[in-house]
Design a protein around this ligand. Structure first.
Ligand code: ADP
Ligand code: MG
Length: 706
């Protein structure tokens, strides 16, 4: 364990961002004209020139060397959902046998990591080898420091030789551009002449579990799959609600302090931390920022949680459902749109003009979520998240939007063309110029909605805890960009803007208000009501991926130049394969654990009981409880044997299937079903075997000991 950080000696202000090559550092270290040009590049107004890159690279290298760096890496987001790095040292030999430390503009702009083993979904044959990384100028480079060395990390996009997107960053950046272009058209039509760019902002809340490393190391399932594939709940679960927001244990607090320290150093603004609902479950939320920076930041949060946990004898679990019987973990993706000159477009304003703008952008999001519900659902589709969504602890698999009764009331009134009285008795008139101020805090809270308006932003709650937030935000940006483009078409054509705004909001909301729902998203009634409204309810991940190759989706993505048909097809295959691989590993781990530890342990324990029963009988003592218990365990053990044989059979059948969708379907419909059948027997036998004889740390150890 590391020694405690004393923030009175090392004030947070002197720690924050020391390892981030931020704009503040660049302003200090770059010549004025170079810095100015870089700002234009960041704003998307200029191409990056090699001359500028050369100067930036020099400054970046000097800065990194001063801080002890020996290597640099282009840091990227392949389609595995993780981050990748390939380190190069700065050394460059001189003819006389010495070295210089070098880093050129070319090396900054472009890397050739090859990296041909990452999933490309057929876009790139391995023999073509070349994939390259390109610097994302808007996300600051940072230093990764560990006790033995320092590496300069440069956030990059990962592209195939023929320009195909091979990662999660490229489509994200393109979707941010698309949204900016369309939102600006709307703003211009509303008379805004000053904003130069619209950015999407994101603040992701990260949930995770902590377990003791010693127990973790004795659970092959946790080590290999990130979740427990067996385990029976102790008498106590989360029902007492004593963990949520409870006092943070000292050991955990020490860990959190070091996590914050590490994150602050690289300029990730870790802000909020607390105990979550399930035992040993926690949350960390940073302050929101531009989406691509938030995506990079969240990857660093996940990596830092895992790295720092190990220093404290802990293991951070990022899986969506590490334990059956208590809540799983998600990632609440808070999302909004803002202009570069500081207006949050989802902030209800103080005057009629900003209210009109607010209502337009708000309606655009509602329409986007309704029209592209399946696409947005698919952004949260993973094998891990299938355990969560719709399981009464996380949002349902049905996409709906919570706006709160006040906002719904205002929009309903617009649709129905009637004035609506405010709580203070004033009438809301419907002409834009006479719209009165909207109340400041517009929304009540609703914890069961997958997509909730929370006052000045939307909170998308379906995203899984282990996922990169790049894809959810790409889909969201793109869907909203498309609706905004249609709004802009109408606005640009109209002479009477006031009337146009009214009719756009009215038409859009009347068509799409079916997606709004303010009630309890966990209830059975909502499932029925949603069906009546014709809203899709896609329970299994694999049933949502098909949307990626539908013609409407392809034209949406191609229309805004976010992904091509070929790129979408490749992603469709990659997501299906990823699902299959994940289930395949889990099933394999189950079979292995049963064979090598659970079956032998249960058999031995039943045998011991039988022998003890016989010895008791030999002295004329009561021996039937031992006999009965031995018989019951033997029965269950035999079932475990049968069920694991069956699992092995369906598993090998699934492995043989060629077609990616048919295969994923077999994993879902056959393999996961058989996994549940096996698990229920194992969990039942666990309850009957003595703790000493059970070969695995139990849920009690994992969830209640820290
Ligand atoms: P809660 O748990 O009530 O939802 P938190 O404080 O845990 O709230 O998280 C809210 C998250 O929303 C924070 O990361 C915060 O920075 C972020 N956020 C606030 N305003 C915006 C905005 N305009 N755009 C995106 N995210 C935002
Ligand atoms: Mg939240």
């Amino acid at each position: 364990m590391n020694k405690a950080i004393d923030f009175s000696e090392t004030p947070v202000t002197s720690v924050y961002g020391v390892n981030s090559f931020s704009n503040a550092v660049m302003r200090e270290r770059l010549p004025k004209n170079v810095y100015k040009e870089l700002l234009e590049v960041q704003a998307g107004e200029k191409e990056l020139s090699l001359e500028v890159a050369e100067v930036v690279a020099g400054a970046m290298k000097d800065w990194a060397l001063e801080k002890g760096a020996t290597h640099y890496t282009h840091w990227f987001h392949p389609l595995t959902g993780l981050t990748a790095e390939k380190h190069d040292s700065f050394i460059s030999p001189t003819p006389d046998g010495k070295i210089l430390m070098e880093f050129s503009g070319k090396e900054l702009i472009k890397g050739e990591p090859d990296a041909s083993s990452f999933p490309s979904g057929g876009l790139r044959a391995t023999f073509e080898a070349r994939g390259y990384t390109a610097w994302d100028t808007t996300s600051p480079a940072f230093l990764k420091q560990d006790p033995t060395g320092t590496t300069l990390c440069i956030p990059t996009a990962f592209i195939g030789y023929y320009g195909h997107a091979l990662d999660k960053k490229v489509p994200l950046l393109r979707s941010m551009d698309a949204l900016s272009v369309q939102a600006l058209r709307v703003l211009r039509a509303l008379g805004n002449e000053t904003s130069r760019r619209v950015i999407t902002t994101v603040g992701p809340e990260q949930e995770y579990f902590l377990v003791d490393s010693e127990y973790f190391a004795r659970r092959p399932d946790l080590m290999l799959t990130g979740r427990t594939v067996f385990g029976s709940m102790p008498a106590k679960g989360q029902e007492m609600e004593d963990h949520y927001f409870g006092a943070i244990k000292e050991r955990v607090a020490a860990f959190m302090r070091e996590v914050n320290y590490e994150l602050w150093k690289v300029g990730v603004s870790a802000k909020t931390q607390h105990n979550e609902v399930a035992p040993n479950q926690f949350e960390l939320a940073p302050i929101f920022t531009t989406t691509n920076v938030a995506v990079d930041g969240n990857q660093l949060v996940m990596e830092t949680l895992q790295k720092v946990a190990r220093r404290h004898g802990l293991e951070a679990l990022l899986h969506e459902k590490p334990f059956a019987g208590v809540n799983g973990s998600g990632k609440h993706n808070n999302w909004s749109m803002a202009t570069d000159d500081g207006y949050n477009l989802l902030e209800p304003g103080e005057n009629p003009e900003s209210n009109a703008r607010f209502l337009l952008f708000m309606t655009a999001v509602v329409e986007a979520v309704d029209r592209y519900a399946v696409l947005i659902r698919s952004a949260a589709a993973t094998a891990g998240n299938d355990h969560r969504l719709g399981a009464n602890e996380a949002p349902p698999a049905i996409i709906s939007v919570f706006l709160g009764s006040q906002l719904c009331g205002i929009l309903d009134a617009i649709v129905e063309g009637r004035a609506q009285s405010q709580s203070n008795g004033d009438k809301i008139k419907l002409g834009v110029t006479s719209l009165p101020s909207l109340p400041r805090d517009l929304s009540d809270r609703n914890r069961t909605s997958p997509f909730a308006f929370t006052g000045n932003k939307f909170e998308f709650r379906m995203v899984g805890s282990s996922q990169s937030i790049a894809t959810p935000n790409t889909y969201l940006n793109l869907a909203v960009a498309q609706v905004l483009s249609e709004f802009a078409d109408a606005l640009e054509k109209s002479a009477d803007k006031t009337a146009a705004i009214q009719s756009i909001v009215k038409d859009s909301y009347s068509k799409h208000r079916r997606v709004t729902f303010n009630g309890n998203g966990y209830s059975e009634e909502w499932v029925k009501e949603a069906e009546r409204r014709g809203l899709p309810n896609i329970r299994a991940s694999i049933d949502s991926f098909g949307i990626l190759i539908q013609p409407e989706t392809v034209s949406l993505f191609e229309g805004h130049k976010v992904l091509s048909k070929a790129e979408l097809e490749s992603r469709y295959h990659i997501y299906l394969e990823k699902y299959s691989k994940q289930v395949n590993i889990e099933a394999g781990v189950m079979i292995d654990m049963v064979r090598r530890s659970i079956f032998p342990a249960a058999t031995a324990f039943a045998g011991a009981l039988a022998r003890e029963s016989a010895s008791l009988a030999a002295i004329g003592a009561v021996s039937s409880p031992q006999e009965k218990r031995a018989k019951r365990i033997a029965e269950l053990t035999s079932e475990i044997y049968e069920e694991s044989e069956k699992l092995e059979k369906v598993l090998s059948e699934a492995q043989e299937i060629e077609d990616a969708f048919t295969q994923a379907k077999a994993y879902r419909d056959k393999v996961t079903v058989q996994m549940s059948a096996l698990r229920s027997r194992v969990d039942a036998v666990e309850k009957l075997v003595s703790k000493d004889a059970w070969p695995l740390p139990t849920y009690e150890d994992l969830l209640f000991r820290l």
